[in-house]
Design a protein around this ligand. Sequence first.
Ligand code: ADP
Length: 179
Amino acid sequence: MDNQETEGRIEQTLFLIKPDGLQKSLTGNILTKLSETGMRLVGSKVLVVPRELAEEHYHKLKEEKGEAIFEEVLKYIQGEFHTDRVLALVCEGVGVIEKIRAVAGSTNPEKADPTSIRGKYGRIHSETKVFENVVHTSDSEEGAEREIKLWFRPHELTHTIYPTKEVTEEKTELDWEEN
Ligand code: ADP
């Protein structure tokens, strides 16, 4: 994933393998497709998605698609229909947003290019009607910045991609016990 194009503007994008992608054991296939774009990974983690994060991530969906779909999509991303985790990645590279959108395919898996990730592996659930489309990828530079800042803290990335500020606060956190 390091055979980077060097000419042009470097962009970042947020990419998620959703709970259906993990449950269907598609991680390897999806990462192979991603690496073919020449992207470089700058962050990755697996997490159980809290409701607030899901609501923030899909902040426009209620208005755009209605309350019923919004609630089903929140259940979907939180893992109620599959497994309760998501693999979150930050990918970087020249033109990476469009390149990864192309390999992901259209939102509706029935309309997506059949060779794209969503076209190959997605489905519309017959009862919930949710587009179970396996992956998420940011749609623009502004969208990517908003989403990366939601899902990742600066220290979780290999380098600084947006301006940061120093914050001093006393926090109690877990550490490993000595053997
Ligand atoms: P995208 O994920 O391609 O950016 P949206 O932000 O419009 O698309 O929608 C977020 C997610 O909600 C989609 O990826 C899909 O899982 C689900 N979704 C969107 N629109 C619908 C719909 N009309 N019916 C069912 N599920 C939908």
